[in-house]
Design a protein around this ligand. Structure first.
Ligand code: GUN
Length: 290
């Protein structure tokens, strides 16, 4: 393996410690803890695991975690009413409605009912717009923000690099592209209909893979020395029958022979997402405290 390993676990631990220190200062200055409300509708096992991790990280950082667990048959009107209540609650700085929501609930309507200044996921259309126009008031989606943090730590200034983003989701691909443009990268967004994808990727100084296709990015897609950020978390059959393992969107072992630096899966981008959620909650709390 020639590539440097980008240690997202260590970077996330450092960030969480820093946010914890700032959260203590916030409490000392305002007499209250920053508060993150989480909302989970139904009992999707993966969502339950995510929520547990987010709640325990929030507590560890010295912030209040207020959780609302609603049954799967909760109506859209009831979810919207809860969001309105949380919007009006002065003790709540951040609101996170875990996705996916059951199919009878319009997720976009729920997200766009959250007060944009409490939208710590950065999914509200107002925050998407703020990010697109470079407004610093934007709350930015946590996963691309985590990727940017790792890239800055690895490369310093990003000005002039050609960044290729694979994936155009509202949660990762599009905000990632906006952030990289904000850093004065030359940005190419690619997706499942892109022609000559390997060739475009081969011209990338920075390659961000966020497509959700296990080990799609091969060694000959990577420019020698490039920095590779793998956002994918895919569960595939393991070596032993009945066992599974996690892989990214990048064929890690072969890509690491060519790349200059690369994130592993797990232990790369994943831990950064929760760290950035804590950061966004504290940013929202500070802004609300004026
Ligand atoms: N489901 C999977 N990832 C996320 C996330 O980052 N935020 C929310 N709200 N739901 C998710």
């Amino acid at each position: 393996m020639a590539a440097r390993l980008i240690d997202g676990k260590a970077a996330a631990a450092a960030l969480r410690a820093r946010v914890g220190g700032l959260a203590a200062m916030f409490e000392a200055a305002t007499g209250r803890r920053a508060g993150l409300a989480t909302v989970l509708v139904g009992e999707d096992p993966a969502s339950s695991v995510y929520i547990r991790s987010k709640r325990s990280a929030t507590g560890e950082a010295g912030m209040e975690s207020i959780h609302h667990a609603l049954p799967a048959d909760t109506s859209e009107a009831e979810v919207l009413a809860l969001v309105e209540t949380l919007n009006a609650d002065p003790a709540i700085d951040g609101i996170l409605v875990q996705l996916p929501l059951p199919s009878h609930i319009d997720a976009a309507r729920v997200i766009d009912t959250i007060d944009p200044d409490k939208d710590v996921d950065g999914f509200h259309v107002v925050n998407a717009g703020r990010l697109a126009v470079g407004d610093p008031a934007a709350l930015v989606p946590c996963t691309p923000l985590g990727c940017l943090h790792l890239l800055r730590a690895e490369l310093g200034k990003l000005t002039g690099y050609h960044a290729v983003v694979i994936g155009r989701s509202n949660i990762v691909g599009k905000p990632m592209a906006s952030l990289l443009l904000g850093e004065s990268c030359t940005v190419t967004i690619t997706h499942s209909h892109t022609r000559d994808l390997p060739e475009i990727c081969r011209s990338a100084d920075i390659l961000v893979a966020a497509v959700g296709r296990p080990e799609m990015v091969k060694t000959d897609w990577i420019k020698p020395g490039a920095t590779v950020i793998d956002v994918g978390i895919n569960r595939v059959p393991g070596a032993e029958p009945g066992k599974t393992r996690l892989v990214g969107d990048v064929a890690f072992a072969e890509a690491a022979e060519v790349a200059g630096a690369i994130t592993p899966v797990p232990g790369g981008v994943g831990p950064m997402t929760i760290a950035m959620l804590l950061r966004n909650t504290l940013v929202a709390a500070h802004r609300r405290a004026g």
